[in-house]
Design a protein around this ligand. Structure first.
Ligand code: NCD
Length: 317
């Protein structure tokens, strides 16, 4: 494993499988009545959030606390960042306070990479601009593996699993991380989006592209819906929300076109009625709530592996 987790694309297949297998072990422990493990006692994890977040921040906090680490939550709003303090000075302040790991979310792509050059602690990217969100891809892979039982090779990866990612790919770090990790794990990826919401460089990505959702649905084991990220849109990317939903939204009629075993995913937060109908989001095929629960196990695994805590039994390593 690298010292930091900046991008899913940096992971080897063995690293990714180690994280997923460790998360599996930790998830089993989380089913016990007492969820807390002493593994990271005395370590400090800082959550450094420059962008809004509900599930990712809380998930990292829950993960660190279940491993008995001390957690400091920092959000840019209400801090000296509002007075113009730079990322570097903020980072050095955290370092001086003894952070062993810094979980960072930032609107600038590359911020976690810069941070890793300034501090001694481990850096975990919790989403940087339109670049990457590696723990989301890991929890998505974990969820797919749990629901569909792994890929055809049976070697713990996702070999041969067909994943369709639909919607605002252009602004999505979730899509970028997922494409990278799904490729590493052997799954096949198809993107479906309006041409205006695909990056120009998409031709060089290792995935297929389609503009016809209905044609792709029957060939998908997993359908991953992306949020339309209006806060990142600088122009009009589609004629109207209604038009977008009609062509690219997942409603009950479309869900019926999926194979029987297929699952529906969404990283959240959802725009119900835009990219996903409420009845689809709340259906038994949807893994949206499971993804949140799995996120805690996966983030525990990442913290555990990077910080090299005591053995899972509680004995020091
Ligand atoms: C995503 C993010 O922030 O990149 N959400 C998340 O972490 N669960 C996706 C999004 O905001 O649409």
């Amino acid at each position: 494993m690298n010292r930091h987790l900046i991008a899913a694309a940096d992971l080897s297949r063995d690293d990714a499988l180690l994280i997923l297998d460790t998360a599996e072990e930790l998830a089993r422990m989380s089913d016990r009545p007492i969820k807390k493990l002493p593994t990271l006692r005395g370590r400090t994890v800082v959550n450094l959030f420059f962008e809004d977040s509900t599930r990712t921040r809380i998930s990292f906090e829950a993960a660190a606390k279940r491993l008995s680490a001390d957690v400091i939550n920092f959000s840019a709003k209400g801090s000296s960042v509002a007075k113009g303090e730079s990322l570097k000075d903020t980072a050095l302040t955290l370092e001086a306070m003894g952070a062993d790991a810094v979980v960072i979310r930032h609107d600038a792509s590359g911020a976690p990479h810069r941070l890793a050059g300034w501090i001694r602690g481990h850096v975990i990217n919790a989403g940087d601009g339109m670049h990457e969100h590696p723990t989301q891809a890991l929890l998505d892979a974990f969820t797919i593996r749990r629901r569909l039982g792994g890929g055809r090779s049976g070697a713990g990866g996702l070999d041969g699993v067909r994943v369709t990612i639909v919607g605002d790919v252009l602004h999505s770090r979730v899509a970028r991380s997922n494409i990278a990790l799904l490729n590493i794990l052997g799954a096949g990826v198809t993107l479906v989006a309006p041409p205006t919401l695909l990056p120009i460089a998409v031709d060089g990505w290792s995935c297929e592209v389609s503009y016809d959702l209905d044609a792709v649905l029957p060939k998908s084991d997993v359908i991953m819906m992306l949020r339309v990220q209006r806060e990142r849109m600088t122009a009009a990317y589609f004629p109207s929300v209604r038009e977008y939903s009609r062509r690219y939204g997942l409603d009950a009629g479309r869900m019926a076109m999926l194979p029987e075993h297929a699952i529906v995913m969404h990283p959240g937060p959802m725009n119900r009625g835009v990219e996903i109908a409420a009845e689809v989001a709340d259906s038994p095929r949807s893994t949206i709530v499971e993804q949140v629960a799995n996120g805690v196990s996966v983030r525990m695994a990442v913290l555990y592996l990077l910080l090299g805590g005591a053995e899972l039994t509680g004995e020091p390593r």
